[in-house]
Ligand binder design. Structure first.
Ligand code: G3H
Ligand code: 13P
Ligand code: ZN
Length: 284
């Protein structure tokens, strides 16, 4: 199938009350693992690439890999830019074939985040490209912050309402206590805040930093309106564990396929588990 937009996938998820997994890719094996999992689960899927992934693999390679992957399966696939912070690059991604982009102005003052997001929406919307924005700051698990610093980073529901009205954005990434990377302890999600945001904001909500969030919290977040769930760290962990195990079994292995093949299978398994958890199995 040709690539579809994220908004198209999230509209269906909204109707039926499930979430679509958005899985980060950096190379061919990861892309293959994600579409294999989606095909096996008969699930829609979002493959996303960060600016770092684009720098590593090349913009053209990412687009072509994902296009080939999407054409080789029967389930709908979207290609999404993850945490795009640079206006020029966002436009370049659209030009190269991304079906969806994130403009992440979360580090900017509210007014500037609104202006930047609005500018992207004005260009992307007529082209049928969906736009995700971020309000509040989703940090990294390595960030050492106090309780009041954490509070200041979380999304303000009233601001979210204004932000969505003024920008016309398709989906909104919110900061409710998740963080990127492996968690040290158990993440504390602010479900009351999510509920309030949901009451004021009608568009699909995106959860970042979802690797390591307990299953019951993921289910609760979906009940409260989360429709796109980002997973990167769990895929990295599965990949590297697969590599380590293959090398532990045969330390002198010289054929990369014997190492990367089992690693790809591990990634497929974790993506399948997440798809089942998000409730999108059988929804393709
Ligand atoms: O949100 C961040 C994603 O996990 C991508 O990470 O920028 O290291 O590719 P990256
Ligand atoms: P994790 O690496 O914590 O799964 O977060 C992924 C993410 O939010 C990508 O935008
Ligand atoms: Zn993220």
């Amino acid at each position: 199938m040709a690539l579809v937009s994220v908004d198209y996938l999230l509209a269906k998820a909204e109707e039926q009350g499930y979430a679509v997994g958005a899985f980060n890719c950096n190379n061919m094996e990861i892309v293959q693992a994600i579409v294999a999992a989606a095909e096996a689960e008969k699930s829609p899927v979002i493959i996303q690439a960060s600016q770092g992934a684009i720098k590593y693999a090349g913009l053209n390679y990412i687009v072509k890999l994902v296009e080939v992957a999407a054409e080789s399966v029967s389930v709908p696939v979207a290609l999404h830019l993850d945490h795009g912070t640079d206006f020029q690059q966002v436009i370049k991604c659209i030009r190269y074939g991304f079906s969806s982009v994130m403009i992440d102005g979360s580090k900017l003052p509210l007014k500037e985040n609104i202006a930047l997001t609005k500018k992207v929406v004005e260009i992307a919307s007529p082209l049928g490209i969906s736009v995700e924005a971020e309000l509040g700051k989703i940090g990294g698990t390595e960030d050492d912050i106090t309780v009041s610093e954490r509070e200041a980073m979380l999304t303000d529901p009233q601001e979210a309402k204004i932000f969505v009205e003024e920008t016309g954005v398709g989906s909104l990434a919110v900061a409710i206590g998740t963080a990127h990377g492996p968690y040290k302890g158990k993440p504390e999600l602010d479900f009351e805040r999510l509920k309030k945001i949901r009451e004021l904001v009608q568009i699909p909500i995106v959860l970042h930093g979802s690797s390591g969030v307990p299953d019951e919290d993921i289910r609760r977040a979906i009940e409260l309106g989360v429709r796109k769930i980002n997973i990167d760290t769990n895929i990295r962990q599965a990949f590297m564990q697969g590599v380590k195990d293959a090398l532990a079994q045969k330390p002198d292995e010289i054929d990369p396929r014997k190492v990367l093949g089992p690693a790809r299978e591990r990634m497929t398994e974790i993506v399948r588990e997440k798809i089942r958890l998000f409730g999108s199995s059988g929804k393709a």
